[in-house]
Design a protein around this ligand. Structure first.
Ligand code: AMP
Length: 282
């Protein structure tokens, strides 16, 4: 595995792979790698001949008061995991390599970040789009893999790649969960043992909503409010819990046959924000 920290270096290493005719699969991450990331790396291998992983805790996607400083950084362990999966190139740039000097440009997102996570984290997706845009220009991958856990991120980036004419195919990997159903996340490390025991309740609520909908509920407002109450009684603080159109990411009140929806929630346990979702075809 080649380890690169500079843009020049990673471009050179990728150039060598491309000259050998290899298709590049790219998995961008913020590190603290867990089985969810590793599954994306395995998927990248299926979609390409060579795999590039990036680790960069992107300051531009953290708001004031969020956990940029305390976000888990475990580079040694991450390197070992990448080596074990035969990752070809691990790119872990310093902040100064990605953001040098004052920025004169920013990317503004229309509509797609007004609901779901975008509503409670202003500027978050603009930070994500900025860094992924830069990473796509640096790596020039043939495919890029993202997790369904961050479904709004995937849908926004897919649109960004199309509008900005990036020559990359975006692929969404399934949500990887712990045995009790909790979606794996680097932030799960923040949970106390009591919070960790409660945490799978979010996925249970999403599954319950899915079952009720599949059993015929098509105006889910009451059902959702009831699940919010249940979650609050268990100790969660609700950021949002709702059903969104998979196309527009807007919340929906009445479900239509043959449409695709995302049942999604974001909750706090103490300071820790957890997100999860289920995609359904109605
Ligand atoms: P992050 O390091 O949190 O920015 O995540 C990097 C990539 O891993 C993103 O595409 C995430 O959607 C994906 N990811 C994070 N957690 C999971 C999970 N539990 N299952 C599948 N993919 C995940």
């Amino acid at each position: 595995m080649v380890f690169e920290t500079t843009i020049e270096g990673v471009r050179k290493s990728i150039g060598t792979l491309k000259k050998a005719g290899k298709k590049i699969g790219f998995v961008p991450t913020m590190g603290a790698l867990h089985e969810g990331h590793l599954e994306l790396i395995r998927l990248a291998r299926e979609h390409s001949d060579a795999v590039v992983v990036s680790i960069f805790v992107n300051p531009e996607q953290f708001g004031p008061g969020e956990d940029f400083k305390t976000y888990p950084r475990t580079l040694e362990e991450d390197m070992e995991k990448c080596r074990n999966l035969n990752v070809d190139i691990l790119f872990a740039p310093e902040r100064s390599a990605m953001y040098s000097g004052e920025r004169k440009f920013s990317i503004h997102i229309q509509e797609l970040d007004k609901h779901m996570c975008g509503a409670s984290r202003p500027g978050f997706f603009e930070g994500v789009v900025l860094v992924v845009n830069k990473l796509f220009n640096i790596i020039e991958p043939d495919s890029a893999l993202f997790g369904q856990k961050d479904i709004q991120q995937y849908l926004i980036l897919k649109r960004m790649a199309k509008e900005f004419n990036h020559r990359v195919e975006l692929v969404m990997g399934p949500i990887v969960r712990a045995n009790d159903g909790l979606a794996l996340s680097s932030r799960n490390a923040y949970l106390s043992s009591k919070e960790r025991r409660i945490a799978p309740g979010l996925y249970r609520s999403l599954r319950y909503i899915k079952k009720q909908i599949m059993d015929g509920v098509n105006e889910p407002h009451m059902l959702i409010n009831h699940q919010k109450d249940e979650l609050e009684a268990k100790g969660f603080k609700i950021d949002y819990l709702n059903i969104f159109s998979a196309k527009t990411l807007k919340p929906v009140n009445v479900l239509q046959v043959d449409e695709e929806y995302v049942i999604a929630g974001a909750v706090f346990l103490g300071e820790t924000r957890l997100i999860d979702n289920i995609i359904i075809q109605y």
